[in-house]
Design a binder for this molecule. Structure first.
Ligand SMILES: [Zn+2]
Length: 174
């Protein structure tokens, strides 16, 4: 299982700190719901891809002493099952929506585009849930542009801090 955690770091800084980073303690097991401190269970490495770099970053694993299952702490600049960072995906989509400009591989961008379009309603609901009362464009393309810009702006607003402490929306869910 994956837990998403906001380290408050750029991907570059996260990569630089490596295994010496300040990894959070987890006191409730997401598997068995036991109130118990999960134990460190080593690291694995995965890629985090931006427009200019490919970082190999350590992911901290924890293990529940009660049920024995493991948990990975994923930095919230990543989404489940995507190597590209959240900001990289959003910026690629924004350029594509606004200027038809393809950064990187067209095929990849088409995939991002399809996934994002599929999630428009979920993203809209998410912004309603956190209190957005404005109007969304009816036109799907305009709506996609609006939502991608709102998601990009999220990193700079305290709106989400009252959420569950990290990026709570997988806007690229399958
Ligand atoms: Zn457990």
């Amino acid at each position: 299982m994956m837990i998403f955690y906001d380290f408050g770091l750029s991907v570059r800084e996260y990569a630089r700190r490596g295994k010496k980073n300040d990894f959070p303690d987890v006191d409730i097991c997401p598997h068995c719901k036991g109130h118990i401190r999960l134990l460190r269970h080593g690291f694995y490495f995965r890629y985090a891809v931006t427009n200019n770099n490919v970082f190999s970053i350590p992911i901290c694993r924890l293990r529940c002493p009660s049920c024995g299952k493991t948990v990975s702490i994923i930095p919230s600049f990543l989404l489940p099952y995507f190597q590209h960072t959240v900001a990289t995906i959003l910026i690629k989509l924004k350029h594509y929506f606004l200027y038809r400009k393809v950064i990187g591989y067209r095929q990849l961008l088409e995939f991002f585009n399809q996934r994002f379009r599929k999630n428009l309603t979920r993203i809209e609901m998410f912004f309603r849930d956190v209190g957005f009362r404005g109007v969304f464009p009816f036109n799907p393309k305009e709506k996609a542009i609006k939502l991608v810009e709102m998601l990009l702006a999220l990193g700079k607003t305290p709106l989400l801090k009252r959420g569950i402490g990290h990026f709570p929306l997988n806007f690229m869910a399958s």
